[in-house]
Design a protein around this ligand. Sequence first.
Ligand code: ZN
Length: 148
Amino acid sequence: MDELFREVILDHYRNPRNRSLVSGSDVRAEGQNPFCGDEVAVQLKLQDRHVGEVGVQGRGCSISQASASMMGELLKGKSLEEVRRLAGLFRGMLRGVDPAPAQLEELGELEALRGVRQYPIRIKCALLAWAALEEGLERYEKAKKRNS
Ligand code: ZN
């Protein structure tokens, strides 16, 4: 992997962002990857269907933890629709769909994980936080529908 990208990944791994648990969160998600023992937990507090506060905790390999940390940073201020779209872009990039330059810009630091697609067993690590988040969002939307 590119040296610069490796630096970005290690920085997020060593200094994960938004580690504090968000109390009173609207969206909660947890994911495990038994293959390398990765675990992530994500909380979002929403304001008008936009991401306000973000909490991301976890442990495991550098790819899974860096991806979760970058995700948390990227999500702040985004609408739930944007969050879903970004998740799709990121997943596509890891599955070999090259994002357009503007999309790459939207993904920001997550571009550093593009090289992971050369290591199929690590793709799950990179997607762990995102897959958990998507499940959490789905639960949130369903619960909302039930209550309305
Ligand atoms: Zn892993």
